[in-house]
Design a protein around this ligand. Structure first.
Ligand code: GLN
Length: 466
């Protein structure tokens, strides 16, 4: 698919459509809420911004590439004055007092936010069923889940309800729903985009990630949102990625893949066969392909969930009804905290808070949490060694196709295991892009830290190869 951003930009410049008409059209479509993707619509703000863009166009002023382009925001980001619910009862009526850095950069470039999007509550989940707004339905088959946790965002892009959406990826939440709905979704290198104003789930792997219909649109959005931010000390300055720099893949000589991801009982036979067909096509283009050894999927999943639960237990401890959210008063302060949290958090979120506090508690932390940290270091070291041998690592996004709505809720353990191929790259803080090609749920392209450019380059190459 070609760049939707360039296409709409041209239509606006050529006065084929007014920005107000465009925004109204998208708002009308979203209002139907066909796939349960909408937590709140930003009608007033969006139409106000659209009128300003129209005035500029009528006056003959030049408009920037993103000016007037409608986009969606996963409902875990702050956008001043709008609801930020995290799809939870706890924050159902909470309004953002400020705007997230990444979102502000898009606003500064003129993009127009139109919707806060449904997701798993606080990013906890892989199906977007763990939400007070109803399960998100897959864009291609409404009996299936939309994926998660950024399910609403991926479905909106797939259905053309938004031109792009901003998801959040802690352990796969941009890449997996992108794969389930056949669109592109990037988890950049950790720290490339500021997390300020993104509700913290697991701070050491949380990433802001764009979802769109083309590599070019992902490139544009990555450039706009990247950069050092004094409000997030893990950010760093990065060079702009130009269109030319990712237009040929000559620099990519060796591609690797994890043997144990593919030679595994858990992978669907069609996904496996399609993945191996892709590998053959890459080889046919003269690129060397190497099989790599990696940690077993269950080790990756348990390391990730141990650390993610510990971090989320700590991060969500601030949500006790004092400063944020729906407070329920009881006979004393302690009881008020308890009832506020037990009534307002979902089952999945409570499972994680209990699990996280357990692994952090005295007597357990050495055995479990510290072991998780040590494993994480070993995983990162494995990646460092791999990237001495290969330029790119290619993997399926998921071992299986999207489950039916309802199935994941019955079996949380199976849901955790469905993240087998995404969580490792999160622990390694590596740039990884889902492309809607190669297997039914797409492919992931990963490069070494800070090598986001190489990821996009290879995505362009695969676009023409498979
Ligand atoms: N499914 C994973 C989890 O529940 C990833 C979620 C995410 O990236 N926010 O932790």
């Amino acid at each position: 698919m070609d760049s939707q951003i360039h296409k709409i930009h041209q239509q606006l410049v050529d006065k084929k459509i007014s920005c107000t008409a465009l925004i109204q059209q998208k708002l009308n479509a979203l209002k139907e809420n066909t796939n349960n993707t909408v937590n709140s619509l930003l009608n007033d703000l969006a139409l106000q911004l659209a009128a300003k863009v129209d005035t500029k166009i009528v006056n003959g002023d030049t408009i920037g590439l993103l000016e007037g382009i409608p986009f969606g925001i996963k409902d875990v980001y702050m956008l001043q004055g709008t609801y930020a619910t995290a799809s939870s009862n706890l924050l159902k009526n909470y309004k953002s007092p400020y705007t997230a850095t990444a979102i502000q950069k898009l606003l500064d470039a003129g993009a127009i936010p139109i919707v806060k999007e449904n997701c798993d509550s606080f990013g906890h989940g892989s199906s977007s069923e763990n939400t007070i707004f109803g399960a998100v339905k897959n864009a291609n088959n409404s009996d299936l889940v939309g994926g998660g946790s950024s399910g609403g965002s991926a479905v909106n892009v797939a259905k053309d309800y938004t031109i792009f959406s901003i998801g959040g990826d802690t352990g796969g939440s941009v890449r997996q729903p992108a794969g389930y709905n056949h669109v592109y979704g990037l988890k950049p290198t950790y720290g490339r985009i500021s997390r300020y104003g993104l509700m913290a789930y697991a701070s050491s792997t949380d990433c802001v990630g764009p979802i769109a219909k083309s590599v070019e649109d992902i490139r544009i959005l990555l450039n706009v949102m990247s950069g050092k931010d004094v409000k997030d000390q893990t950010t760093y300055a990065s060079a702009e990625i130009t269109k030319d720099s990712i237009s040929n893949a000559k620099a990519i000589k060796i591609v690797g893949y994890f043997k144990n991801f593919i030679e595994n009982d858990a992978i669907d036979s069609k996904i496996k066969a399609d993945f191996l067909t892709t590998i053959e096509k890459i080889k046919a283009k003269g690129i060397e392909v190497k099989e790599l050894d990696f940690f077993k999927s269950d080790i990756l999943v348990s390391t990730y969930y141990t650390l993610a639960m510990a971090e989320t237990a700590s991060n969500l401890s601030r949500l006790d009804g004092s400063n944020y959210g729906n407070r329920i008063d009881d006979k004393n302060l302690k009881e008020s905290y308890a009832i506020t949290r037990s009534e307002n958090f979902s089952e999945e979120t409570k499972r994680r808070i209990v699990g996280g506090n357990q692994v952090l508690s005295q007597g357990f932390s050495d055995e479990i949490y510290l072991k998780g940290l040590a494993l994480r270091d070993a995983i990162s070291e494995n990646f460092e060694n791999d990237f001495k041998e290969v330029d790119i690592i290619l993997s399926p996004v998921t071992p299986n196709s999207p489950p039916k709505i309802g199935d994941s809720l019955k079996d949380p353990h199976a849901m955790y295991l469905s993240d087998a191929y995404t969580v490792g790259f999160s622990l390694g803080q590596l740039p990884t892009l889902t492309i809607p090609k190669g297997t039914e749920t797409g492919l992931q392209i990963t490069a070494a830290k800070n090598n986001d450019e190489l990821v996009l380059k290879f995505a362009n190459f695969l676009k023409d190869t498979i």
